[in-house]
Design a protein around this ligand. Structure first.
Ligand code: HEM
Length: 504
């Protein structure tokens, strides 16, 4: 399930009606006597535990876990959902029983936005998913491809640094600039060029918002009219249509460019190809076991925006926020970066490897501000006994990676930002350490780790190398408001406004 409850509001009248007219009921499910189900909090009729979720589901689900244990079975409307919030439970799901939990639930909003879940992230587990994922890895996310986009990343980072330089001493919306930077990088490597303008940015932000929106109909089928009445359904269709129009124009541009290039010099080499070129080639050369039709190509491009841009941007924004709040950490990082840069004008990607403290800062950020706090929901395909509990086939599963990252039994001073904890530690985010899961794990784990990390590190290193960042109105860094806004991705609630000055 794509769990985010920013659009839970349409349900409020229903919840109120239940509170007013239906006496509280503690549903002791009949099946419980037969099966050993995980503990469940008390439920209300019809809505089950929906009222317990609130606007920050990762926090409310953490509270449920603290009250009921590592595996909790909640009822969202008519849908039972298993919530796992400890490293041990995550290991059982993502490693021991990875195949059983490799499916995704089908949900109406992502389904509409991704041509019937034809993309990687929402497609059903099986041969189709395997093939589209491997095309994306080969064409965009493999080490070789990620390496080949080095120039794009360094150029865009330089543009960001220059833009900030033009505004030294003035108030800058750093979040906005970082958002544009990630969009530009992703557009250039995936689509071949940048796309600017209010209209495109607005489309992307409506798209990201809807991906995190809550659809009543997914959980209480007979209330699906609420989604129509609230306008959610219409808004989703409109964004899907606008995105489709945009992607059609991108495909046409590529097809025309290909014709022109072939006419001229007989073809383009691999290194100069963007993601769309490679997908169109695979279509023409019929290299997949299924027909790579236009909708599949468009859905696969959507993955890059849906899974890749907002997450990458959120990670950098939280990292800068924590550095502003922790001046000593900022100084230590600036020292490391400056020593390695040795006075050159920009940090390059070759320099990053030596920056151990930078790696630790990024890991600590991803631990405390996991960009997808609840990963992407899974769905079991067969019955399984999980940590002694009976879990039937078809159960939706949420893994609260955010809560695991803050589990005080795993992390000392779990709520504190202390990058040092990662300095002499082998823990990383590649999906083998279940106490630290910002990219998930197992076969549905994130394939974009390398793509994202190098952007994050390059931008962070250059920002702190070139600038000191202060809060406006002489507010101390430690006082920066860290409130969250939860959509699909966890973002800062308030813009990150800073006053940059050259760092010497
Ligand atoms: C800091 C940045 C990123 C974070 C934190 C992140 C995190 C995640 C997480 C938690 C999942 C779900 C894993 C699971 O279910 O176990 C995921 C899936 C995915 N991510 Fe990322 N991601 C990031 C960047 C990217 C980038 C840059 C791309 C591509 C350009 C990408 C592409 C994908 C795709 C395609 C999936 C779906 C995989 C599948 O279902 O097989 N991600 N990501």
């Amino acid at each position: 399930m794509f769990l985010s409850f920013c659009l839970l509001f349409p349900l409020i009248p229903v919840i109120l009606a239940l509170f007013l007219f239906i006496p509280f009921a503690r549903f002791s499910s009949a099946s419980k006597t037969k099966k050993n189900q995980p503990p469940s909090p008390p439920k209300l009729p019809i809505i089950g535990n929906l009222h317990k979720i609130g606007l920050n589901p990762h926090r409310s689900l953490q509270a449920l876990t603290q009250a009921h244990g590592p595996l909790v079975l909640i009822q969202l409307g008519s849908v039972p959902v298993l919530v796992a919030s400890t490293a041990e439970a995550a290991r059982e799901i993502l490693k021991t029983h990875d195949v059983i939990f490799a499916n995704r639930p089908k949900l109406s909003i992502p389904d509409t936005l991704t041509y019937g879940s034809k993309n990687i992230a929402f497609s059903q587990y099986g041969e189709y998913w395997r093939q589209v994922r491997s095309i994306a890895v080969l064409a965009l996310l493999s080490s070789r491809r990620v390496q080949s986009f080095k120039r794009v990343r360094e150029e865009e980072t330089r543009l960001l640094i220059d833009k900030i330089g033009e505004n030294c001493g003035s108030l800058v919306d750093l979040g906005d600039l970082l958002n544009s930077l990630t969009n530009n990088i992703v557009c250039r490597v995936a689509l071949g060029r940048t796309y600017h303008g209010m209209k495109f940015n607005d489309l992307l932000s409506r798209f990201a918002y809807l991906l995190g929106a809550f659809s009543v109909g997914n959980y209480i089928g007979w209330l699906s009219w609420v989604d129509r009445l609230s306008g959610l359904e219409a808004r989703t269709k409109k964004v899907a249509e606008e995105f489709d129009e945009f992607l059609e124009s991108v495909l046409e541009e590529h097809i025309n460019k290909k014709r022109a290039v072939e006419g001229d010099i007989g073809g383009e080499n691999y290194e100069n190809q963007d993601y769309v070129d490679i997908l169109l080639d695979a279509q023409r050369e019929n290299t997949t076991n299924f027909i790579l039709d236009r909708d599949i190509i468009k859905a696969t491009i959507i993955d890059v925006f849906a899974a890749g841009t907002d997450t990458t941007f959120a990670a950098i924004e939280w990292a800068i926020s924590e550095l502003i709040r922790h001046p000593k950490v900022m100084k230590k990082l600036q020292k490391e970066v400056s020593e390695i840069a040795q006075g050159k004008s920009m940090i390059t990607e070759e320099d990053l490897e030596k920056m151990n403290y930078l790696h630790a800062v990024l890991k600590e950020t991803l631990r405390l501000h996991t960009p997808l706090p609840l990963l992407i929901s899974r769905k079991s395909t067969e019955y399984v006994n999980l940590m002694g509990y009976d879990i039937p086939a078809g159960t939706q599963v949420i893994i609260n990676a955010w809560a695991i990252g803050r589990d005080p039994s795993l992390w000392e001073d779990a709520e504190q930002f202390k990058p040092e904890r990662f300095l002499n530690s082998c823990i990383d985010f590649k999906g083998v350490h279940f106490e630290f899961l910002p990219f998930g794990a197992g076969r549905r784990g994130c394939p974009g780790i390398q793509f994202a990390i190098v952007i994050n590190e390059l931008v962070l290193a250059n920002l702190v190398y070139k600038y000191d960042l202060a809060l406006p109105d002489d507010v101390r860094g430690e006082e920066l408001d860290m409130s969250e806004y939860t959509g699909l991705t966890l973002h800062r609630k308030f813009p990150l406004l800073v006053v940059p000055n050259p760092h010497f």
